[in-house]
Every structure is written in structure tokens, then in C-alpha cells.
Write a protein that binds this ligand. Structure first.
Ligand code: NAP
Length: 283
């Protein structure tokens, strides 16, 4: 058996096309859509990610305002900037880029992002509402996982999904989205005993760990679907997933590539959320 590659590229392009149409209609009606990205880091891979958001935004007709506060910005300065953008009617979506300066925590500061503009689901209120089954923007990466599974017609009802990783950015929100889809969800983390014994009973594995190549054939049931969220920089300037593709491919039924899987769908959904925020500001 060789795993089918679940590319995210065509799906991302379809989402971008729809987003561009909606952004153009909003601009025509007098609401040019704007996404603000607040950056308080000198981190190189973060800079690469911010550039890729800005480029993608431009392509769909969304203005991307990059607000650079410097790597020594204080938590108070970051909070004040987020509050200012939240009160600005010309700004529809707000992202606080990580990593943050020492002493600043995303879950603390993101509370200053207005709920209706929280297009990457960083405000704890968004995660709480998601958990309660109320409308909220999910973190784009978590939503990308479920969007890819839907796009490829992978059934979730009654199936066992093992999520590896419990961060508030990916693991926890994706678990809520999967529960909403009637999957039986097991969340694994660094203290999980015998990870392979659990993941190898799953129909679907979502790897969101941040350890290149952690998931190998021994973690995967024959024919299982594997969604690789990991984006780990490699010494040659490339990206490696949390799944070792060489080991996993002969066993898995389907696998998302890195790059070209979850990443492009995440960016496309972020922009789609921004248009949604501009359409109904009190979502
Ligand atoms: P994170 O906050 O560092 O969380 C990692 C999670 O993995 C933690 O829950 C940790 O457990 C768990 N973990 C660590 N080592 C483990 C092990 N050996 N076995 C089982 N679980 C283990 O990372 P994150 O922000 O969720 O990101 C995860 C990955 O996704 C990273 O590679 C990141 O770059 C990538 N990512 C990609 C996108 C995208 O658009 N494609 C977006 C966001 C993130 P504990 O909780 O016990 O520490």
C-alpha cells in the first residue's frame, strides 16, 4: 500500500477564489477589507510566515497592515496596540504573531483582541465558545485539518481520531471541532504513555507536535489517514512535518504533505475569516 497524498493546494486555491470574490464585493460596497498583523519578534521563521500572509492577502484583495512593535515590546504596549486595532472600524481581522517577547503570553494578551476580529481564534473567549458549541472563529490551523478531511470525503462520525498535541492553537481546538463532527477523540501529549499503542488504534491521526519525524509506521494502523500539522525548519532552510513520510507512506492510507498540506489551507482560511469578520462584525 502507498498513502494517497492529500494536497492542500487546490483546496486553498478554491477558498482564495471565493474569498477574493467576497472581498471585491465588500470593497465595491465601500468596505475595503483589512487584516492587521501585530509583530513583536525578530524571529526569522515568523518573518517568513508574516510575509506569506501579506502576499496571500494582497492576491485576494485584502489589505494586510503589518504593525511592527519590535522584539523588546512590553506586554502593556502589545495589549494597547491590540485594543487600539480592536476599536478601529477600518480593521476587520487581527492576528498577534508568535513568538512573543519574554514575559508576554499569547493567551493573556489575545484577550485584548475584539472577539469579532479574532480571525485566528487566539482570544480565550473564542476557544471557550468553540468548546461550548457557540459561534466563534476557530484557529485557522485547527479548522484547516477538518476542512481537508471534509474536502477528501473522509468520514468522521463514529471514527476514532488520535490528536497528538494539546496546544490551545492546534490540539485543543481541533479536538473540539472533531467532537462536533461526532468523532471519538483521544488527545495525546508529551506525558502520554506508549503513544504508538494509542495512535495505532486510530482511523485518523492528527499530528500537531513540533517534532520532526516523530510519527512513524509503528504509530499508524494500516490504511489510517494521517494529517501532518507540523512545520519544523530543517537545516537546509526547508520544512519537515511531524510525520516521517518515508516510514509512514507504505502503511498510511492517506497523508498530507509538508509543505503543501495543512499550511496553504490555514492561510486561505485566515483570509476567509477576515472577510467573514468584515461581513458580520459581531460574529
Ligand atoms: P506546541 O504549543 O509546542 O505544542 C506541542 C504539543 O505537542 C504539546 O501539547 C506537547 O505536549 C506535545 N508533545 C511534545 N512532544 C511530544 C511527544 N514526544 N509525544 C507526544 N506529544 C508531544 O506546538 P503547536 O503550536 O501546537 O504546534 C505544533 C506543530 O504545528 C509545530 O510544528 C508548529 O510549527 C505547527 N503549526 C503549523 C501550522 C500550520 O499552519 N501548518 C500552524 C500552527 C502550528 P505537552 O502539552 O505535554 O507539552
Amino acid at each position: 500500500m502507498t498513502a494517497t497524498m492529500l494536497s492542500g493546494k487546490d483546496l486553498a486555491a478554491a477558498i482564495r477564489t471565493e474569498t477574493a470574490t467576497r472581498a471585491a464585493a465588500l470593497a465595491e460596497a465601500g468596505t475595503p477589507v483589512t487584516l492587521a498583523v501585530v509583530v513583536a519578534t525578530a524571529d526569522e521563521s515568523s518573518a517568513w510566515y508574516v510575509r506569506s500572509i501579506a502576499k496571500a492577502a494582497e492576491k485576494v484583495g485584502i489589505t494586510c497592515d503589518i504593525v511592527r512593535l519590535g522584539a523588546d515590546a512590553t506586554p502593556d504596549a502589545i495589549r494597547a496596540t491590540l485594543a487600539g486595532l480592536s476599536a478601529d472600524d477600518a480593521v476587520h481581522g487581527i492576528i498577534l504573531q508568535t513568538p512573543l517577547p519574554a514575559g508576554a503570553a499569547l493567551e493573556d494578551l489575545a484577550g485584548a483582541i475584539a472577539f469579532g476580529k479574532d480571525v485566528d481564534g487566539a482570544n480565550p473567549l473564542s476557544l471557550g465558545r468553540l468548546a461550548a458549541g457557540l459561534p466563534a472563529f476557530a484557529p485557522a490551523t485547527a479548522e484547516a485539518v477538518v476542512t481537508i478531511l471534509d474536502h477528501y470525503g473522509i468520514e468522521l462520525t463514529g471514527r476514532h481520531v488520535a490528536v497528538v498535541g494539546r496546544s490551545t492553537v492546534v490540539g485543543k481546538p481541533v479536538a473540539h471541532l472533531l467532537l462536533d463532527r461526532h468523532a471519538t477523540v483521544t488527545i495525546c501529549h508529551s506525558r502520554t504513555k506508549d503513544l504508538a499503542a494509542i495512535t495505532s488504534t486510530a482511523d485518523v491521526i492528527v499530528a500537531a507536535v513540533g517534532r520532526a519525524g516523530l510519527i512513524t509506521a509503528e504509530h499508524i494502523a494500516p490504511g489510517a489517514v494521517v494529517i501532518d500539522v507540523g512545520t519544523n525548519p530543517t537545516p537546509d532552510g526547508g520544512l519537515a512535518g511531524d510525520v516521517d513520510p518515508e516510514s509512514a507512506t507504505p502503511t498510511a492510507g492517506a497523508l498530507t504533505p509538508v509543505p503543501g498540506g495543512v499550511g496553504p489551507v490555514t492561510t486561505a482560511l485566515l483570509l476567509s475569516h477576515t472577510v467573514q469578520a468584515a461581513t458580520s462584525p459581531n460574529t
